[in-house]
Design a protein. Structure first.
Ligand SMILES: Cc1cc2nc3c(=O)[nH]c(=O)nc-3n(C[C@H](O)[C@H](O)[C@H](O)COP(=O)(O)OP(=O)(O)OC[C@H]3O[C@@H](n4cnc5c(N)ncnc54)[C@H](O)[C@@H]3O)c2cc1C
Lengths: 260, 381
């Protein structure tokens, strides 16, 4: 089974995130980049499926600036076999539509049965790329997986829902997005880190991937950030003085905030 | 000049160590201090993450790195909130198996060293006896050959991880000559006649169990002897170098951590209307602490670099590193508690643990005075 894992470098979860004033995109230069946390689960799941099956390759696919190679290295250190990095200035500012377009084209350069992704990235939190990729590639869409079972060309998942889970099954090729319940990602080991240095890394420009320059980047995006504002400072809390009716007042407050 | 301590691979290794420490150690450390030991599952988890035997060749069950990688694992754990006691418990194999690895004895390597590096077996090193500590040549635990076996009788004390251990690399007397009568033999702890007499109660290193051991007619297969009869003292002396450098890392690593915690504390603590860090006395103290840590670490690092470059026999240097780092650590943890005020005396503050843990560093692995003797001998004959 050949598996592609899509990983994204995002600003460190704990860092203060900013949008740049000039083009209203996420400022990725000023903060430390880390692998999107959910993608670690995706990498882990891909490695487990490969290890259980005993053959095939795990290819990491990432779209992002030069710096994103750090995140590729991490996935290779965890045990992925090779990587494809789509890097091109023209991609800057791509929204989900444009990103899924570029990723779908890049996927076209790789042989795969399964594509695994995290359900969302911690920066944009759109959670639509897996579905869009399925639409663009024609592969089956298996999202929000909390468990994946592969046998032959059949992929069965437990799809996490608000109340429980659904069992969904499809044939390969399939696009699977995973939730963090699915596994416990391994640490990149020393051996893994040393081995990663020697693993093949292919860099693709949009031209290499066959992506039309007009379909990506700020210009090629279907959405636009019109304006943004910093989160307002925290308001002082409301103090309820208990004069025998404290319980009722608390309930009133919670109801007014639509919390109960 | 490239910084060998921060190559891209080593930055990645540091990240793995930090993630591991934050996820697998820090949340549980208080509990383990109360329990008086760390669980076996921690050894397994550390092995799975590739953190045991970093500098041991892959063919011997290690990770194939070098002395620098090894130091990085230890220092980064300490910088991230582990403790000296935790390291002593988790890395006891670091003193229990180097003689086995060095001997090249495949049987002993497969039976003891590899499982220890896989987190499956816990090993201890037993040198110290109730009547012999600094003076290793005075040990009396005796192994007498009987056919294919040795019969071991004696007592050991202050032995790290021994209440949990599966095997104890034991220093025994096989002859009467002070030094040349000493041998090393691996004793399975489920051997009849081997008992953990007591779990010792300590000032610090609380999560690291320490035991007193009795050997009464313990029959040990002769093939469990490491190297030949009479080679024990030399082996122990050789491997002590690594242990001392390891304790030097504990010392500067703990000192760095205590310093970081203190800087944060004095920035936030308001006294007399201003943060404590505004006081010149406090600022100068922090500078002295920083200098002590940085100079010590730099010296210890150079020794690891020299080892990686192939230099051998840096015994005096390892001893100097230990004394330098321990002195720095004692100074820093003391000031750290001082600058934390009453809070620094509380079990709830991390520096309190480092203060107690630090006290052993100038005693274990060769006391400061013993180090000085060794250095003097190297310098002046
Ligand atoms: C928490 C802990 C864990 C330990 N773990 C282990 C272990 O895993 N395995 C093991 O074998 N041992 C272990 N030890 C024992 C440790 O190595 C010894 O305590 C140490 O070597 C000192 O020996 P001693 O206690 O017999 O002190 P002594 O030899 O009695 O020395 C007492 C003091 O006298 C001074 N002194 C000693 N020799 C000289 C000298 N030549 N010149 C001047 N002054 C001198 C020093 O100040 C020294 O501290 C551990 C000890 C502790 C406390």
């Amino acid at each position: 089974m050949n598996i592609v894992v899509c990983v994204k470098q995002v600003p460190d979860t704990w860092a203060e995130k900013r949008l740049s004033d000039s083009d209203k995109t996420v400022d990725r230069e000023g903060v430390e980049g880390v692998m999107n946390e959910l993608d670690e689960y995706a990498v882990e799941e891909a490695l487990r499926i490969k290890e259980a099956g005993g053959d095939g390759t795990v290819t990491v696919l990432t779209m992002g600036p030069d710096k994103a190679v750090e995140t590729i290295r991490k996935a290779l250190s965890m045990g992925a076999d090779q990587a494809v990095h789509v890097v091109d200035d023209a991609l800057h500012g791509s929204d989900a539509l444009a990103t899924s377009n570029a990723l779908a084209k890049a996927l076209g350069t790789i042989e795969y049965d399964l594509v695994i992704l995290g359900v969302e990235s911690t920066d944009a939190r759109m959670s639509v790329i897996p579905a869009m990729l399925a639409e663009r590639t024609g592969a089956a869409q298996l999202t929000f997986a909390r468990k994946v079972e592969v046998s032959g060309t059949t992929v069965k998942i437990e799809r996490q829902t608000d109340t429980g889970y659904d069992v969904v099954e499809a044939s390969t090729p399939a696009i699977v997005s995973v939730v963090e319940k699915i596994n416990e990602p391994r640490y990149p080991s020393f051996k893994g880190i040393m081995a990663a240095k020697k693993k093949p890394l292919t860099t693709l420009t949009i031209a290499d991937a066959g992506v039309d320059g007009g379909s990506v980047g700020l210009a090629g995006s279907g959405t636009e950030v019109a304006e943004f504002a910093a989160r307002p400072p925290k308001q002082a809390g409301q103090i309820v003085k208990d004069e025998g009716d404290g319980g009722a007042k608390l309930a009133e407050f919670l109801a007014s905030q639509k919390l109960v | 000049m490239t910084d060998v301590w921060n190559t891209p691979e080593r930055v990645a290794l540091r990240q793995t160590v930090r993630d591991f420490t934050v996820r697998e150690i820090v949340p549980y450390l208080d509990q383990w201090e109360d329990d008086g030991e760390v669980p076996r599952s921690l050894h397994k988890a550390a092995a799975a993450a590739g953190l045991l035997g970093i500098s041991t060749p892959e063919s011997l069950g290690g990770q194939g790195g070098d002395a620098i990688d090894n130091m990085i694992v230890q220092e980064e754990m300490l910088y991230t909130g582990a403790s000296s006691g935790l390291l002593s418990a988790l890395f006891t194999h670091g003193i229990a198996i180097p003689h086995i690895l060095h001997s090249g004895d495949r049987y002993l390597i497969d039976r003891y060293a590899k499982p220890a590096l896989a987190g499956e077996k816990i090993g201890s090193l037993a040198v110290t006896e109730p009547d012999a500590g600094s003076d290793v040549s005075a040990i009396r635990t005796r192994a007498v050959r009987d056919g294919d076996e040795y019969v071991v009788n004696g007592a050991k004390t202050f032995i790290t991880s021994s209440t949990r251990a599966d095997f104890v690399t034991t220093v025994v007397r096989t002859g009467d000559e002070a030094h040349h009568g000493i041998s090393l033999i691996v004793v399975d702890t489920d051997s009849p006649g081997f008992t953990v007499v007591r779990r010792l109660r300590k000032m610090g290193w609380l999560c690291s169990d320490t035991g007193e051991l009795a050997y009464v007619d313990v029959r040990v297969p002769a093939r469990n002897m490491i190297g030949g009869e009479g080679s024990g003292f030399g082996q122990v002396a050789t491997q002590f170098g690594g242990e001392r450098l390891g304790l030097a890392v504990h010392a500067y690593g703990v000192a760095q951590r205590a310093l970081d915690l203190t800087i944060e504390h004095v920035r936030n603590r308001i006294a007399f209307g201003k943060p404590l860090i505004a006081k010149q006395v406090v600022r100068h103290k922090l500078v002295e602490m920083t200098r002590a840590v940085d100079v010590s670490r730099t010296y210890a690092h150079t020794i690891a670099e020299r080892i990686v470059n192939g230099e051998q026999g840096l015994f005096a240097e390892a001893a100097m590193a230990k004394n330098q780092c321990v002195e720095a650590c004692e100074f820093v943890v003391n000031e750290a508690v001082q600058l934390h005020g009453g809070m620094g005396y509380m079990r709830d503050s991390e520096v309190e643990r480092h203060y107690r843990d630090a006290r052993i560093l100038g005693i274990g692995g060769g006391a400061t005075e013993v180090m000085n003797d060794l250095i003097a001998k190297a310098l002046f004959g």
